[in-house]
Design a protein around this ligand. Structure first.
Ligand code: URA
Ligand code: SF4
Length: 224
């Protein structure tokens, strides 16, 4: 029988959290400045910079994605790459004014794999631990912006806001009412715009894009 050392028993994993970095006052400018210095989980080590949310504090709609992609990591702004361009087009088609939106992500640093230095950086899904660590930033954004509606873009945003049992296929295109961080929120989940870009062929892509626009129209109607 092997002796049970404390290491073998497994010391609890150190919790990753952004909590100590989040300022209590100062609105979006203070949050953005502080988030630039966040060391709440290891994702800051390899990414270029924090990609905080963008938009006005009085925006009516908050759109929540997964995490910055390659372009977002380089430019420091959310949804400025291919997925963002597709999202803007779909929003316009659904009748949602991009100027009335606040756009952000569940996780604020780009997670990727790279075969060799200077090779293409390939997106890697954030873990539940990283999503949980970054949650205080999203909670702080919600508290400041107080949106009338949250558009949940895909599974990661859904899990971050609604818990790990979230399944986008079960609730997409419907208006959910949930208490989140002590506030009653209305949410419309839909697919992530990147999933439209990943479609196998033109026909699938058209169908996936049509589905995204249809869900965003539900959000537009809910806003009135
Ligand atoms: N995908 C996301 O989820 N967010 C971005 O900002 C860009 C791509
Ligand atoms: Fe902080 Fe979020 Fe970046 Fe992790 S991913 S270091 S919690 S901002």
């Amino acid at each position: 029988m092997s002796p049970r050392t404390s290491a073998a028993a497994g010391a609890p994993e150190e919790a990753y959290t952004a909590e100590p970095f989040v300022p209590e006052r100062g609105g979006l400018p203070a949050l953005r400045r502080a988030a630039a210095e966040c060391r709440g989980c290891p994702l800051h080590l390899n990414a270029t910079q924090t990609v905080f949310g963008a938009g006005d504090a009085d925006a009516r709609v908050m759109l929540v994605g997964e995490q910055p992609g390659d372009q977002e990591d380089r430019q420091g702004k959310p949804f400025v790459g291919p997925a963002g361009r597709l999202l803007d087009r779909a929003l316009a088609e659904a009748g949602i004014d991009p100027d009335e939106t606040y756009v952000t992500n569940a996780v604020k640093h780009f997670k990727f794999t790279q075969a060799e230095p200077r090779k293409r950086r390939i997106h890697k899904a954030p873990s539940l631990r990283e999503m949980t660590a970054c949650g205080p930033w999203l909670a702080a954004e919600l508290a400041v912006v107080e949106p009338e509606l949250i558009v949940v873009l895909g599974a990661t945003a859904g899990k971050a806001l609604l818990g790990s049992s979230f399944r986008v296929g079960e609730v997409r295109g419907t208006v959910l009412e949930r208490e989140i961080h002590g506030r009653p929120e209305r949410l419309v989940p839909t697919v992530h715009p990147s999933s439209v870009l990943r479609a196998q062929d033109d026909e699938d892509r058209k169908a996936a894009y049509g589905g995204l626009v249809a869900d965003l129209k539900v959000a537009a109607r809910a806003l009135g």
